[in-house]
Design a protein around this ligand. Structure first.
Ligand SMILES: [Zn+2]
Length: 161
């Protein structure tokens, strides 16, 4: 699949502009994102972690939430996520959950690590056994928790995602 490079550069430049603008304004870290589908901007986002005390308010997650709200859907098939920096594991996972079709980024995660945003730690944690991770994880099996899963599996009117 070929992509319009001028379009890509225009949307990515907007993501970068958002990162600069909202960093200076004090919203949070230097990260911006734009979600586009069929040439139409669905939403913009920027990092708002420190101004909202929300550690999940990364630019991409914010843009995904706004785009989904704008289109009234929990999936963004066919959309491209433009982001000023390669997504961290949370944002990458969010892009998968949101079913975006493509990600275009400017700065790399190595660039981010150089200015103090080192998400390689999280990338390293993911493949580890839960018992080997820095945050201890204790597995406590629950019959009730299993029963809820069975109820979901048998729920006739569920909305799958
Ligand atoms: Zn992120």
């Amino acid at each position: 699949m070929t992509h319009d490079q001028a379009e890509d550069q225009r949307h990515l430049a907007r993501a970068v502009a958002l990162s600069r603008e909202h960093m200076h304004e004090g919203a949070g870290g230097p990260f911006g994102a734009v979600i586009v589908r069929d040439g139409k901007v669905l939403a913009e986002g920027w990092n708002r972690v420190t101004s909202t005390n929300d550690p999940t308010a990364h630019a991409e997650v914010t843009a995904i939430r706004r785009a989904c709200e704008a289109v009234g859907d929990f999936a963004l098939h066919g959309a491209t996520l433009y982001t000023s920096c390669e997504p961290c594991p949370m944002c990458l996972a969010s892009a998968y959950w949101a079913r975006v079709s493509r990600i275009v980024y400017a700065n790399t995660r190595q660039d981010a690590a150089e200015i103090g945003f080192d998400d390689s730690l999280i990338y390293d944690e993911i493949p580890k056994d839960p018992t080997e991770r820095l945050i201890p994880m204790d597995h406590l099996p629950s019959l009730e928790a299993r029963a809820v899963f069975e109820a979901w599996a048998n729920k006739p009117d569920k909305v799958s995602y």
